[in-house]
Structures are given as C-alpha cells and as structure tokens.
Write a protein that binds this ligand. Structure first.
Ligand SMILES: Cc1cc2nc3c(=O)[nH]c(=O)nc-3n(C[C@H](O)[C@H](O)[C@H](O)COP(=O)(O)O)c2cc1C
Length: 213
C-alpha cells in the first residue's frame, strides 16, 4: 500500500517538538531522505574558528570543476555570515564517533567561542582559501564561494555553492573503509509514521557495503 502526501500537512502529523513544523516541511519528514553529515568550518569576524554541523547538501561537477552545494544553510548562522564575508569555507567529513563533539560546537555557539576547542578538534589552516580545517577529518574540501541563492525567497535559508579548490584525503583509510564506522556519517531526518502521524527520532548512521559495481 502506498500513502500519498500532498503540499498540505496531513492533520494526523504530530510534531516531535513544538516548533518542528515551523522549521521543516512535512514533506521532508515524510520522505526522510538520508544525507551525509559533515562540519563546515569558517573564520568568525573576530578571528575565532567556527564549526557548523551540516547535512542538507550534494557534491558534483563536470570534468572542469567540482562543487559542494550546501543546499540549505540557515541565514541566521555564523557560517552564513562568515562565508559571505570571507568568500570561502571548508567541508570536513568525520566518522560517527565525532557526533557528540560536533553537537558540543552547537551548544557552545557564542560569537566569542572557539568552536574547535569546544569540539576538541585540531585546527590547521586551509591551503587555498581563508578558513580553518579540522585535522581529524578523513576528507576535507576547500571551497571558494561561487553563489548564494535563497530558494524559497523567505529569507530563512540559502543554497550556498562552493567550488572545490583543494582537498585533503586520509590515505590510511581505504576507500572501502569510508563505507563503514570509520567513514561517512549520515542523517536520516525523523521519519513520520505515515499511518498514525506519530513522530520518530532522527537516525544517525554509517554505510554498509551491499555490492560492488
Ligand atoms: C544533525 C544536524 C544537522 C544539521 N544540519 C544543518 C544544515 O544542513 N543546515 C543548517 O543551516 N543547519 C544545520 N544544523 C544546525 C546547525 O548545526 C546549527 O544551527 C549551528 O549552531 C550553526 O552554527 P554556526 O552559527 O556556528 O554557524 C544541523 C544540526 C544538526 C544537529
């Protein structure tokens, strides 16, 4: 049996917390599509390093260029302001055991906070852009700002596109190991129970190899 969901939120959909449907579309919670989780790092205006835990994204290009698309960055974040000012950002991929450390960078999010210290991360300087990078990452992409677009036009979020200028890859981690607990961390947003409308917690996951192609 398939359930159809339209642009009107079904009356039975209950929020996981009071403001959930002010923040997210019910379609996102119905679809619950997993996306890779990573840390965006930038410099704050006061010189302190900033870390932003991020999920809505995709990565692609053609033979001439490779892009990191932060599909949905809140305009109220330090990261949004920092990227527009410095015209650069780094995307740092960390395994799932860094989840709590990354949450700590959200807890300690004041302008004065050194968010690398908050998360216990080691800071290195990016090679090609003005941004700090996380030494513990198994993959880091240095990106220069290509474009910013407010897709909904509501002034809430923006799609930020960065062109990858340089990347750092941990050669000690085999490509296969990136599909495991030491590799990519994913988020499946709390999937709504489509029959009862009850909310479910978000799931943090890693990858399992099913097949080679
Ligand atoms: C699992 C998880 C995923 C998140 N994904 C995003 C995201 O894709 N875009 C976004 O704007 N905020 C996202 N956030 C919220 C930001 O991490 C949070 O607002 C952070 O404090 C922003 O940091 P900043 O103000 O230092 O830039 C996410 C938070 C969590 C816990």
């Amino acid at each position: 049996m398939k359930i159809e969901i339209g642009i009107e939120r079904p009356a039975c959909f209950q929020p996981a917390y009071p403001e959930e449907f002010d923040l997210f579309s019910h379609l996102e919670l119905a679809a619950a599509i997993p996306q890779v989780l990573f840390a965006v790092t930038t410099w704050k205006e006061n010189g302190k390093p900033n870390v932003c835990f991020h999920s809505w994204s995709c990565f692609h290009g053609d033979r001439t260029a490779f892009f990191a698309v932060l599909g949905n960055l809140y305009q109220h974040t330090h990261t949004y302001v920092n990227i527009k000012r410095t015209r650069g950002f780094a995307v740092n991929f960390l395994p799932v055991h860094y989840y709590d450390a990354l949450i700590e960078t959200i807890r300690q999010n004041e302008l004065d906070a050194d968010e690398f210290s908050a998360g216990g991360f080691t800071l290195e300087n990016a090679r090609t852009i003005s941004a700090p990078i996380i030494q513990e990452s198994f993959l880091t992409l240095e990106c220069s700002l290509k474009s910013v677009e407010d897709l909904s036009g509501a002034g809430i979020t923006a799609m930020v596109v960065g062109q990858v200028r340089h990347c750092w890859i941990d050669a000690d981690l085999s490509p296969e190991s990136r599909c495991g607990k030491a590799g990519y961390m994913l988020l499946m947003p709390g999937a709504q129970n489509l029959s009862t409308g009850e909310p479910n917690p978000s799931i943090i996951a890693s990858l399992t190899i099913e097949k080679r192609d």
